[in-house]
Design a protein around this ligand. Structure first.
Ligand SMILES: [Fe+2]
Ligand SMILES: [Fe+2]
Length: 471
């Protein structure tokens, strides 16, 4: 699952000696910031930060990173600080990512990250105030759920294939949205999940060439509807040709008039459903698959006529209702690109108009509430990692998994056990992903980390519940 560090120069020391050597490397001007925890598993932690020439406001004015060394000091919170392990990598880098393995499950550790002897600080509102782990410098490793391990489900969403193409025009470089997906898929493949779910916004804007590229990359991983399953996001909706005359939408399949919301309106320009030319993903239709005794349902919440919000048409809702009623007790994961619960709508940027409409959302929750096997509803779209409760489907954990193609650039693994599940979030550790992380952090005026990181324990956590139906 990715090497610990990109360079081969990592060294591990214990106690004060390494800390003293780092202070001799102190650089008075260096500012080590953007501290965040990427991953916590039962036996490892991955910590990331960035180094700059000077202290700065965390938004608006993009800052260039300054290369420096990487050091993470870690010790069990219940033991004296002198027992700390110091993990050190001398390779100069502006984006720092260190994975430390060999930790004890369910144990609290204190940690510090440093570059050239300067301590890295959490400097986002989210990491300084909302996330106690980065705020206080303590994290607790996860514990595996009780019971037997059954299988692992991998999740990607918001890969937005096509982003970054303009940055490499005329060069032989690979757009970042391509290599993010490629490198995530390489790590996912190494994790050998039973299934890969790609929960919407696969492409930047469903342009035919973006769909072709996304399919080429995904087919390098496996086969659609065998190894990987997709839902559509708002960016993968049917488009009108006039939305981007250079995209060549009109070369694709015409969306049948009866699938337009305003069907019969003679004035409307036609929509083209380019997705269907590349993937087995009929507009506004659900799919269902099983992996052993796990049922997975994909809902299409995209809307041709709405570039942001989502809905479930009545015919799809009836199919969903019938499927869930046919076997209400089998352990079930449902996925839709648009989050839907009241709590999700109340806390998301853009609120309800940006998410699934209330009528659809209420019906989905009622259907899931009457299927006692439903335990997890995956959403993307907000690009954030956040757990929410259902207010009707109180049996379901509504989980938004963070964006894969934009900051925080992660994929999610869900390890299923007969006694619950463990969710962990991972950023590929490759040179090209590392090289992209500073610009990623500064995209959208630098505010993206605020909206997407939220709390470490909403991206990495264990749920204990009876999933004995999985075997
Ligand atoms: Fe997205
Ligand atoms: Fe979206």
């Amino acid at each position: 699952m990715g090497s610990a560090v990109a360079g081969a120069s990592i060294s591990i020391g214990v106690g004060e000696a390494s800390a003293q050597s780092s202070s001799s490397r102190r650089h008075a001007e260096l500012y080590a910031a953007d501290l965040h925890i990427v991953t916590i598993t039962d036996t490892s932690v991955t910590i990331a930060w960035m180094t700059y020439a000077k202290r700065h406001f965390p938004y608006f004015t993009e800052q260039d990173a300054v290369p420096a060394d990487s050091e993470v000091r870690i010790s069990r919170a219940d033991l004296p600080d002198g027992s700390a392990q110091v993990h050190y990598d001398a390779s100069p880098t502006g984006y720092h990512q260190m994975r430390i393995g060999g930790l004890v499950p369910g144990t609290t550790y204190r940690f510090e990250a440093r570059s050239n002897g300067v301590r890295a600080v959490p400097n986002y509102f989210a990491t300084k105030l909302i996330d106690p782990m980065t705020r206080d410098g303590f994290f607790t490793t996860l514990t595996r759920p009780p019971g037997d391990y059954v299988q692992t489900v991998a999740v990607l969403n918001d890969t937005h294939v096509g982003l970054g193409e303009h940055l490499v025009v005329g060069t032989d470089e690979t757009p970042y949205s391509y290599f993010m997906l490629e490198d995530e898929l390489a790590e996912i493949k190494a994790a050998a999940p039973s299934i890969l779910l790609v929960n919407g916004d696969l492409t930047s804007e469903a342009r035919p060439h973006e769909l072709r590229k996304a399919k080429e990359i995904l087919d390098g991983y496996g086969r659609e509807k065998v190894d990987y399953f997709l839902t559509r996001g708002n960016h993968d909706r049917p488009h009108r040709a006039s939305e981007d005359p250079r995209a060549a939408y009109e070369t694709g399949t015409l969306l049948p008039k009866e699938l337009e919301a305003s069907s019969g309106s003679s004035a409307s320009e036609p929509f083209y459903d380019n997705v269907i030319d590349y993937f087995d993903l009929p507009y506004q239709q659900m799919w269902v698959t099983r992996r052993g005794n796990l049922r997975i349902v994909g809902l299409d919440s995209s809307m041709a006529e709405n570039s942001a919000g989502g809905t479930i048409r009545p015919s799809q809702m009836e199919a969903f209702r019938a499927e869930m009623a046919s076997d209400p007790s089998v352990p079930t994961i449902v996925m839709s690109h648009h989050p839907l619960s009241l709590e999700q709508a109340a806390t998301a940027w853009g609120s309800r108009p940006f998410l699934m409409d209330k009528r659809s959302a209420t019906q989905v929750e009622h259907i899931e509430a009457s299927a006692q096997g439903a335990f997890l509803h995956l959403g993307g779209h907000t690009h954030r990692g956040r757990r929410s409760r259902g207010h009707i489907a109180t049996n379901v954990d509504f989980l938004e998994t963070p964006a894969s193609g934009e900051f925080p650039n992660v994929y999610t693994l869900i390890d299923l056990y007969t006694g619950g599940y463990m969710v962990t979030s991972h950023r590929p550790d490759t040179a090209r992903v590392r090289g992209r992380m500073v610009p990623e952090r500064w995209s959208s005026h630098g505010v993206l980390p605020e909206g997407t990181l939220y709390r470490t324990d909403n991206r990495n956590f264990t749920v204990v519940r009876d999933l004995s139906g999985l075997i």
